[in-house]
Design a protein around this ligand. Sequence first.
Ligand code: P70
Length: 470
Amino acid sequence: MTEHIPQTMGQQFGRRSWAEPWKIKMVEPLRMNTREDRARAAAEAGYNTFLLRSEDVYIDLLTDSGTSAMSDRQWAGMMTGDEAYAGSRNFYNLENAIQTYYGYKHVVPTHQGRGAEHLISQAAIKPGQFVPGNMYFTTTRLHQEMAGGIFVDVIIDEAHDPTFLHPFKGNIDLDKVKALIDREGAGKIAYISLAGTVNMAGGQPVSMANVKALRSLCDQHGIKIYLDATRMVENALFIQEREEGYADTPIAAILHEFCGYTDGAWMSAKKDSLVNIGGWLAVNDWDLFEELRNMVVVFEGLHTYGGLAGRDMEAMAIGIVESVQDDHVRSRVGQVRYLGELLTDWGIPIVQPVGGHAIFLDAKGFYPHLQQTAFPAQTLAAELYLDSGIRSMERGIVSAGRNPKTGDHYYPKLELTRLTIPRRVYTQAHMDVVAESVKAVYDGREQARGLQMVYEPRYLRFFQARFERL
Ligand code: P70
C-alpha cells in the first residue's frame, strides 16, 4: 500500500491546475447526428434513454458502470487469463487484491453487483425481517424484498433535500436505527445495508465517525453490517478531504479502515474497480461464507470464477490496485466537480454538494410546473438527448417503482436526472459540451410538457418502460 500521497505538479507548486495521471493511447470515434435523427431515435426508444441504441448517442452519461477505460496494464493482464474451470490463477490474484485493499477474509466472485446482492439477500434475510439502509438502491432493495425483507430508510433527513449542504449526506441517522430496534427488537433486523457514496442521494459519502458509531451500536445488539462497496473508493476521498484527521491518510488506508467496521461487503466492480464486467461478495464469517460459496455454484458458476472469465478476474485484480491510487481518485472526482462548478456558476439546480460519480440535475427545479406523475426527470433526460445527443438517466419516480403491497407509485422526494461520468473516458472539452447543452435545456424549461407512461414492466420498470409526450 502507498505510504505517502503523491502530489500532482499543480499541488507541488501550490497552483490551481490539476490533470489526469495518464495519457490516451487508443481512441474510439464518436458519432454526431442531427436533431431530426435524434427526434426519431427518441420516439423509437419510447423516450427512455435505456432503450436508445448507443450508436445514436454522442456523449454517453447513462452510467459509470462498466464504461471505464481500462489501462494498458489491465489489457496486458487480460492476456494472462487462465481459463480453467476450477482454481484459475486469476481468481487467487483477485482474492488477494480484495483481502489486501478491502480487508475481508473470504471472497466469492460474482458476474456483477446484483449477483452478489442476490446471494447475500438470500443467505442473510429471513422473510419478515427488516433491512435498514442509507437510502435504497434499485437492485439492492429488489433483492432484499425478493428474499422477504422489508426495507427501511435510515439515512439522515438532510439527504432528501437536494440543496442542503452537508459534508456527509450519506450518513445513517442512528436514532432511526435505535427506534427500529426499540420497536421491533434486534432479532427482527437482518443486517444494516450500508452503502458508500449513496448513489440515489447524489453520490453522497458516509463519514468514518458515522460508520464507527454504527459499529458500536450494532455490537450492543448483535447486528451485522454489510457494505455496498461499489463506490467506496470515492467515499474514501471525501473522508480524506472533509473529515478531521484524514488529510494525510492515503485513500487505500482509509478504505481499509472503513471496511474494517463492517462484517462484509458486496461489490459491483464495474464502477470503482475500472472493469467492464465483474463483482464480488466478501465476508469475515466462515459459516456465512460456506453458505455463499455453496449458493454461488447454483446461480453464478464455480466459486473460483462466479460467472466471470479468468481474464475478467485479472483485469479486476489490477483495477482494484489502480483504483485506490490517490492521484487517480482525485482526478476522477475532480472531473465530476469541474462539470458541477460550470453548472452551479450558471445557476442551474443540481444536487449539492456534488458527489463522487455524477451530477444530479434537480428536475423539480427545472420543471416546477410539472406534476411528479408527468415524470419530470424522465422528461429532462429526453430533452437533453434531443438537444445534443447526451444520454443521461432518470433517478426519480420511474426508478422508485411501486410499493409491492399497495401497488401505488413510490413518490421519492428527489426527482433527479443523472449525468454519470465514466472513468478515464471523456475529456474536459466533453464536459464543456455537456454543460452548454444542460444550459440550453434549462433556458427552454418552460416549454416542457412532460410524459405519460404507456408500457410498464413488472420489475425495475425504469429499464424498459415506454413513454409518449404529453
Ligand atoms: C448505475 C449502476 C449499479 C449498482 C449500484 C450500487 C450502489 C449495486 C449496483 C448493482 C447500474 C444500474 C443498476 C440499476 C439501475 C440503473 C443502473 N449501478 N449498488 O448506473 O450493480 O449493475 O453490477 O449489478 O450503483 O448506477 P450491477
